[in-house]
Design a protein around this ligand. Structure first.
Ligand code: SAM
Ligand code: SF4
Length: 591
């Protein structure tokens, strides 16, 4: 009776309805989960100790890239893995199929720059065949530089989502940030993508003092176009000279945006999306913040990564890796591979360390989160003692008998390398170097220094005026240095005893006066860059280095009257080499 009375009160009826609604909502959710599980059961292999289900896999297709973004490429450069270390298309598809059958529903192709990988179209077509197993999204993150023509074919083959990385809408700044030209090509890709896909995400890494002034311009793009701009906090990776002062927390950007757009409002986030989404009412597109640094999203992280050389990486900021490639190549069965994947997933930490403690020493640079060991581990940056003691370094070197000097014979005497059996190939090498000069010398070569006749008392010139006119009498410093660099390159085998004489087909030299500004003030320099090409049996790095060295020495000679003791030659290095057994790319800081 008491219970009946209770049921009859309006309150009890309301709570009964609430309970009923909740129960049926729960039942509906359970039915939905059961339905999903019956189509694509989620394997425990992809569930970690913190109950996170990893249904998103990022696959790096290559370590190579046609841009050189300063925040992604280390200034020391990256040594590319030998091509045989990179996963083949078949290996990629085998791994992808294992992941999809275990519960992955979204695959993103990345890199390096994924579009520079030959066969990307076939890889996408191969992934598309996994749809019946539950794969519903095939996405790609690209810089868009060489994509506009190929995008329709990739979409035709199954690509469903595109994230374009574009940090600036200013041509000059684009070149500064990516160390290459190409803004217009990227914008063309954006147009093609908008014409073919329902929406496009734009990734913008915001760096204080560099492109933060463009945030509102990016927002303006979302007014009439289905673009989702995602402002990414600048993250630290090996060699990218990350500095807390260059990072702008998303909260600061939001403040700037809401000053201009007071009606800005929060929009629903995509499930597990790393971006927090916002919208300006009336705008077609929206924008978001990826705040990896100020507000990490580890609790909901559902992603795993496979690097281009086949390592599984469970967290972007954790240097730990396991080689699925080695397992596959040693004949592992699918279940053995799954066991390794499961082991890696179980090793995933609850969250990554705070931004000040991120291990940029052993972790890879971003460009190689999809590549071989970080440069530090391949001996370019680590102090010898650390490199020797690091277990991954030992593994890396295990197949070689230690460093060997190619110009010594077995008795240790100097000897020329016999290249008689080698086939000639087209080879190029680029080197660069810099001479730091005082302001007066800089003004002289850039012709802003007044001619002797314009000076106040030409009849009794001061010592510095005399020095200027003496330097002037020698002629145009940069033209002379340019010619000297070319002559120097041609003389390399006469100067360096064990160098082979080569039939050089081209030498191109640039000498650029530059001013860099730092906390300690302005610094003046001349950058010399030389590219040498030949059809030959050995590389032309020595020729490129000689060209640069002779060019810079000539600048010294031409300017010594005004800047002798203060000048400084340095930073001479090979930037790029192609055509030998291993291509090589080294990136220098933009100064
Ligand atoms: N090359 C492709 C591209 O640029 O879109 C794909 C690879 S790239 C490594 C993937 C994304 O990582 C890009 O959107 C890039 O802007 C971002 N990225 C690289 N280095 C970063 C850093 N230090 N901080 C924040 N984002 C970074
Ligand atoms: Fe290349 Fe890295 Fe720039 Fe992407 S972010 S375009 S991989 S340099």
């Amino acid at each position: 009776m008491r219970s009946l009375l209770r049921w009859n009160t309006p309150h009890s009826i309301r709570s009964f309805h609430t309970t009923l609604t909740r129960t049926s909502a729960r039942l509906r959710a359970q039915e939905k989960i059961a339905e999903i599980d019956s189509v694509s059961p989620f394997s425990t292999v992809l569930v970690d100790n913190f109950h996170r289900r990893h249904d998103y896999l990022r696959i790096s297709l290559t370590e190579r890239c046609n841009l050189r973004c300063f925040y992604c490429m280390p200034s020391e450069g990256v040594e590319l893995s030998p091509s045989e270390n990179i996963l083949t298309n078949e290996e990629i598809l085998r791994l992808a199929s294992l992941f999809v059958k275990s519960g992955v529903t979204k695959i993103r192709l990345t890199g390096g720059e994924p579009t520079v990988r030959k066969g990307i179209s076939e890889i996408i077509a191969g992934l598309n065949k996994f749809r019946p197993y539950g794969l519903d999204s095939i996405a790609m993150t690209s810089n868009g530089l060489s994509l506009h023509r190929r995008l329709p074919e990739l979409i035709e083959n199954g690509l469903t989502h595109l994230n374009l990385s574009l940090d600036t809408l200013d041509e000059f700044r684009f070149e500064l940030m990516t160390r290459r030209r190409g803004l217009h090509a990227v914008l063309r890709t954006l147009d093609v993508a908008l014409a073919s896909l329902p929406y496009v995400k734009l990734n913008v890494v915001v760096v204080k003092g560099l492109n933060d002034s463009e945030v509102l311009d990016f927002l303006a793009m979302t007014k009439e176009k289905p673009i989702c701009v995602r402002f990414i906090e600048f993250m630290p990776f090996t060699g990218n000279k990350w500095d807390a002062n260059k990072m702008i927390p998303s909260s600061e950007l939001l403040k700037v945006i809401s000053e201009r757009h007071p009606d800005v409002m929060r929009a629903p986030d995509e499930l597990n999306d790393t971006a927090r989404t916002w919208k300006i009412p009336g705008y077609v597109g929206n924008f978001g913040f990826i705040s990896s640094m100020s507000d990490h999203f580890c609790a909901t992280c559902n992603r795993l990564r496979i690097t281009a050389d086949g390592q599984i990486k469970v967290c972007l900021f954790d240097a730990k890796e396991m080689s699925l490639r080695d397992k596959m190549r040693s004949g592992a069965t699918d279940s053995e591979l799954l066991a390794t994947i499961g082991q890696a997933v179980l090793g995933k930490q609850e969250k990554h360390v705070g931004m000040q403690d991120i291990d940029v020493v052993t972790n890879r640079p971003m460009i190689l989160i999809g590549g071989r060991r970080p440069t530090s581990l391949s001996g370019l940056k680590y102090p010898t003692s650390v490199a020797k003691s690091h277990p991954s370094q030992r593994r890396f070197n295990s197949s070689s008998a230690g460093p060997r000097l190619t110009h010594l014979d077995h008795t240790g005497r100097a000897s020329m390398v016999d290249v008689g059996d080698k086939h000639p190939t087209k080879r190029t090498a680029t080197a660069s170097g810099r001479i730091y000069i005082p302001r007066v010398a800089y003004d002289l070569v850039t012709s802003t220094y007044p001619a002797a006749s314009e000076l106040e008392s030409p009849s009794s010139p001061s010592p510095s005026q005399k020095a200027v006119s003496k330097a002037r009498r020698k002629g145009d410093a940069l033209t002379v240095a340019h010619l000297a660099a070319i002559t120097g390159a041609k003389q390399t085998s006469n100067l360096i005893p064990l160098c082979h004489p080569l039939a050089i087909s081209n030498i191109s030299v640039v000498l650029l006066p530059e001013v860099s500004v730092s906390d300690s003030g302005e610094r003046y320099s001349i950058l010399c860059r030389a590219t040498v090409s030949c059809e030959g049996k050995t590389g032309v790095e020595m020729e490129a280095l000689t060209a640069v060295s002779v060019g810079l020495l000539t600048v010294w000679d031409m300017l010594k009257a005004v800047g002798g003791k203060e000048m400084e030659i340095g930073e001479i290095m090979v930037l790029e080499k192609t055509g030998g057994t291993h291509d090589f790319t080294r990136i220098t800081e933009t100064k």
